[in-house]
Design a protein. Structure first.
Ligand SMILES: C[S@@+](CC[C@H](N)C(=O)[O-])C[C@H]1O[C@@H](n2cnc3c(N)ncnc32)[C@H](O)[C@@H]1O
Length: 287
């Protein structure tokens, strides 16, 4: 069968899935191409390519898995994040393209500093921390997460990629060594920010497949973890250091208000390229 015929079928099949959140125009075709490249073990596809029957059957099986809502990175076993191949498995949050903007904001603030220190809270399988370690050579990078499963996967990612990130299990700042208190240049956080009653409204592909503790902190508005992080960050940041938090656009005002209440200056909310999330940034002004 020809590649273009397979892609037409797969795109229509994915468009008809009630489990998928069709948030981006053309997303189904992008995912179909992604899965076909995975099956063919190639980086690009020619529409005229002939696909062997065994590969057609495998591709059809993977498209059916995606139809049920299973995230593409769980199917492939990895997600691409700022050029890194990050292992993603059930039981841990899937790295999102939108978080590349959070990593970029951190890298911009860390590059050129002497002995830069970065802490990535709620790190999941580690995409933001790993991207920073990759793009800011010499940086001291910590990643913390409450989930033992996520931390195990993050450590495996760091080992495979040869990147020097210390991933530690624990609640927010609790596992960060006291020796870096007052010396951190940038803290990043992509938290579980869905309100506890809103979880049931999430698309099936998220609600059914990703761990609930990666989606909500069970506070009514989903701001509980962010409020705690903003309250504690001042003890860890050096003067002039930054707190960067990724949230949905509808929460960015409330998060900016939390930052100001916690004493941060230069508070801004910036829209990432994909437009699905914002990064709220604030600076520690006093000692
Ligand atoms: C939305 S996911 C983000 C993961 C990662 N930062 C990323 O962008 O792929 C939120 C993460 O917060 C973690 N988490 C939830 N509560 C936490 C807490 N109190 N302390 C540390 N991590 C927590 C979850 O286990 C989950 O991995």
């Amino acid at each position: 069968m020809r590649a273009d015929e397979l892609l037409v079928w797969a795109e229509e099949r994915l468009k008809s899935s009630p489990a998928l959140d069709h948030w981006q125009k053309g997303r189904e075709l992008i995912e179909a191409e992604d899965l076909l490249m995975f099956v063919l073990d190639r980086d690009e596809i020619d529409p005229d390519d002939e696909v062997a029957p065994a590969q057609v059957r495998r591709f059809e099986r993977l498209v059916e898995r995606r139809f049920t809502g299973e995230p593409v990175p769980y199917i492939k076993g990895w997600a691409e994040f700022r050029g890194l191949r990050i292992t993603a498995r059930p039981g841990a949050f899937v790295p999102r393209d939108s978080s590349e903007f959070l990593a970029e904001q951190a890298v911009r603030r860390l590059r050129g500093r002497r002995d830069p220190v970065h802490v990535d809270l709620a790190t999941g399988v580690g995409p933001v921390a790993l991207a920073v370690a990759n793009e800011v050579p010499g940086a001291t990078v910590f990643g913390t997460d409450l989930s033992a499963r996520a931390v195990a996967l993050a450590r495996a990612n760091a080992r495979r990629l040869g990147l020097p990130v210390r991933f530690i299990e624990g609640d927010l700042f609790a596992p960060v060594p006291a020796s870096v208190a007052g010396r951190v240049d940038v803290i990043t956080l992509h938290p579980p920010y869905v309100g506890r009653r809103e979880v049931r409204l999430l698309p099936e592909e998220v609600r059914r497949f990703e761990p609930v503790e990666s989606l909500t902190d069970r506070s009514p508005q989903g701001l509980g973890l962010i409020e705690r992080a903003a309250g504690e960050a001042g003890d860890w940041l050096r003067r002039g250091g930054w707190l960067l938090v990724e949230v949905s656009p509808d929460r960015s005002r409330a998060v900016a208000a939390l930052f100001r209440r916690a004493g941060f200056g230069e508070v801004r909310s910036t829209r990432g390229g994909l437009g699905v999330t914002r990064v709220v940034t604030g600076r520690k002004m006093r000692r």
